[in-house]
Design a protein around this ligand. Structure first.
Ligand SMILES: Nc1ncnc2c1ncn2[C@@H]1O[C@H](COP(=O)(O)OP(=O)(O)O)[C@@H](O)[C@H]1O
Ligand SMILES: [Mg+2]
Length: 336
């Protein structure tokens, strides 16, 4: 079966007064039907440009964008408008019509599609129910919280019955708890409606929460892609490492020490290993960070250890950890 989205050698450059900006450099990847695919990168990496190329809001300088079996770059404006109806989008700042109620916002795409007002209202109420907001149908966006506004935006997307949902930093303006609830809703929609989801984010936690596979963007280049678990366990590029470690400032300060990042399947198996490690080598190790995350339904643990400065002991400890089948990776001290 053909992938739902297939991007081939996509390049996008902008001419500006100060020269040419290459926002996408020869990017290729594909997304299968029903996947939740993440695109992660720092601010300015080219994420929004790339996602806008997926529905041709931005026309690629070169390369192909195949969506749902059609090469979008080859379509006429009219054909393109039709194909775009399969692609819904939500944004960081929700983009609701402020003069319309929640209900009328959800009705909007249906009105444009020529559905009768009565039918549109009926469907809109159903979609508001799906996103858990039926009692706010008559509220205006200014009367809603950020999370509620994003729920309205999601209901509006559902109203156009899309095959694909593009989320550009859709949770970046929300607090952690609301973020979790919105990601949960996106997962539900993916599952219940079979909608393929593309999640654009600068936050690794979002990717871990929701994505199956992920691509890492840096300066317009796709530097790494794979399952979320692979990226989490063994990021291959410096860019990916930085994203995996972002927010752990305490680690950045540990200059000149030997650090290892250890990943493991479940936390209970970790404690005896560390105890034995210390007993075996009679030397303490510092645990700088420890956490367990839920990745794809499995508990995945992560720990960052500071090893003794004596090279020989540290080397042996690394070997010991490797022998216990943990993911072991030595970190450069400038990580972060
Ligand atoms: N319309 C535009 N004109 C000129 N430069 C642009 C335009 N849109 C984006 N860029 C540049 O392209 C690069 C990628 O931007 P963007 O796709 O918004 O990144 P991200 O979403 O990852 O923050 C940036 O250097 C940005 O300044
Ligand atoms: Mg952006």
């Amino acid at each position: 079966m053909e992938p739902m989205i297939q991007v081939g050698n996509l390049c996008k450059s902008f001419s500006t007064k100060s020269g040419t900006v290459e926002a996408a450099r020869n990017i290729s990847f594909s997304i299968e039907k029903g996947e939740i695919f993440g695109i992660i990168g720092l601010s300015g990496a080219g994420k929004s440009t790339l996602v806008r190329c997926l529905n041709l809001l931005e026309r690629p300088t070169s390369g192909t964008v195949r969506v749902n079996g059609k090469n979008l770059t080859k379509l006429s404006e009219k054909e393109l408008r039709k194909e775009r109806q399969n692609i819904g989008m939500i944004f960081q700042h929700f983009n609701l019509l402020m003069q319309r109620t929640a209900l009328d916002n959800v009705c909007f795409p249906m009105e444009i599609a020529g559905i009768s007002k009565k039918e549109a209202r009926k469907k809109a109420l159903e979609y508001l129910k799906v996103v858990g907001l039926e009692e706010k149908a008559l509220s205006y966006p200014s009367q809603l919280s950020g999370g509620q506004k994003q729920r309205v935006a999601i209901a509006r997307v559902l109203a156009s019955d899309p095959k694909i949902l593009l989320c550009d930093e859709a949770t970046s303006a929300l607090d952690p708890q609301t973020t979790k609830a919105i990601l949960e809703l996106i997962k539900e929609i993916n599952r219940d409606y079979g909608i393929t989801v593309v999640v654009i984010t600068h936050e690794m936690s979002v990717v871990q929460e929701i994505c199956n596979r992920v691509a890492v963007l840096e300066s317009g280049t796709l530097v790494e892609s794979g399952t979320v678990e692979e990226l989490f366990r063994s990021p291959k590029t410096e860019a990916a490492r930085r994203l995996v470690f972002s927010g752990r400032t305490q680690i950045q300060k540990m200059e000149g020490k030997r650090l290892v990042r250890v990943t493991f399947r479940d936390k209970s198996s970790f404690e005896p290993v560390i105890a034995n490690l210390i007993l075996t080598y009679r030397t303490p190790v510092n645990i700088l960070y420890a956490d367990t995350k839920n990745i794809g339904g499995a508990a995945e643990g992560e720990m960052i250890l500071q090893l003794p400065e004596i090279e020989e002991v540290a080397d042996k400890m690394i070997q010991y950890l490797k022998d216990t089948n943990m993911g072991v990776e030595e970190l450069k001290s400038d990580v972060g």
